[in-house]
Design a protein. Structure first.
Ligand code: FES
Length: 137
């Protein structure tokens, strides 16, 4: 697992979301009630951006046709056989990191590594700024 730095914590207040691009993946990152959740941005239905969706009771709702996904598990509420990808999130020195799987890569050491080696840190572009501060999820 490789963790990539996404954004400063202060730039993603409670109730906000951003969409980031890391490697070939688009990821929607939410601050839901003070906890960060990262989920594949593309809806399994027709690919609409889940990062622009709203959240109800820990479930993100696609802005297009309202398919629903559990933020913690990626389970699709419309179809128990469908599940979207979720990503581990860590906070380190005021920044938010998302874990990406690396083919043939190292496994994380220990249960909760206390710090990230500098070789694992690099920035990923934010392709959608945090939403309007007055708008709630
Ligand atoms: S594209 Fe998400 S519900 Fe249709």
């Amino acid at each position: 697992m490789k963790y990539v730095r996404v954004i400063k914590q202060e730039d993603l207040p409670v109730g906000k979301s951003i969409i980031v691009s890391a490697k070939d993946e688009e990821i929607a990152l939410f601050n839901y009630k003070g906890k960060y959740h990262a989920i594949a941005n593309k809806c399994l239905h027709k690919g609409s951006p889940l990062g622009e969706g709203r959240i109800e009771e820990g479930v993100v709702i696609c802005p297009n046709h309202e398919w629903r996904y559990d933020l913690r598990t990626g389970d699709c509420m419309q179809n128990p056989y469908m599940k979207t990808k979720i990503y581990p999130v860590k906070v380190h020195k005021g920044a938010i990191y998302i874990g990406l799987e690396v083919e043939g890569g190292n496994k994380p050491l220990g249960k909760t590594p206390s710090s990230l080696p500098s070789s694992l840190k690099f920035s990923v572009p934010v392709i959608q700024k945090p939403r309007n501060p007055d708008e709630e999820l």
